[in-house]
Design a protein around this ligand. Sequence first.
Ligand code: R5P
Length: 300
Amino acid sequence: MPDIDSLTAGDRFAPAVPPRAEPYPLKGCGGLDWGMQSRLARVFRPATGRTVMLAIDHGYFQGPTTGLERVDLSIVPLLPYADALMVTRGIVRSTIPPAASPPIVLRASGGPSILGELSDEQIAVSMEDAARINAAAVAVQVFIGGEHETQSVHNMTRLVDQGQRYGIPVLAVTAVGRELTRDARYLRLATRICAELGAHVVKTYYCAEDFDTVTAGCPVPVVMAGGTKLPEREALAMAYRAITEGAAGVDMGRNIFQSEHPAAMIQAVSAIVHQQAKPQAAYDHHLTGRPGQGQQEEQR
Ligand code: R5P
């Protein structure tokens, strides 16, 4: 209890100084509530406006994926290098150390397995439980053009409504079925629908042509999905191009945890995302602790 008798009138009002209220400049988030912006600022580093999200939620539909057989052994050592972790609540509660975890992007849709029709998902987590886990965002799959397109869009819009209530942002993951082409035209359609209907962040695949029109046409941040495992050099080059063409970061899984050197790989991705390092140089550097070929050439 302060000593009321010793209260004096303050003199630090600085009436001549205009009030300072620094906005968080992430694309499309200026109109969001404070809690929502605060959570997004945990995922997207304020210094760069970008993120390296490590996706390890594959088990929610495909069981123990290669590289995720033992999350405690393969993933926990990588946590210091991730800006956010995309993960299911089962793995969060069983395996992720609360004191050593980056912000959680919680997988919130599910239902079908790889043995069934994947687009037939429903909401699989309540927003109350996401808040209990202290999630920085929730993630939901949206199957534009898929068999259960409308249902998956409704999953997203219901989560957006609940997220608005709790101040928890929604990451829409644009799922691409085998029969759909991953070209800019499709990706523009899918990402824009998600953003128009309220997603705060959209995750989508990279396409070699006109990816910049995908990011430009989406009014909220786009993060690039990793996809099937590629040779390290190719995966890093893809991340570099995506960032150069307007992505606000990456949400990569297999290309990191299935790499022969996952720690070097995620650090290289991070250097690309946050410092726009050249891909091969970044990988060589983190693999060997020495500047890579490309980096040496740049330094000459
Ligand atoms: C998308 O279907 C899920 O979120 C995946 O589990 C995850 O995002 C895939 O990551 P990646 O394709 O980079 O392995």
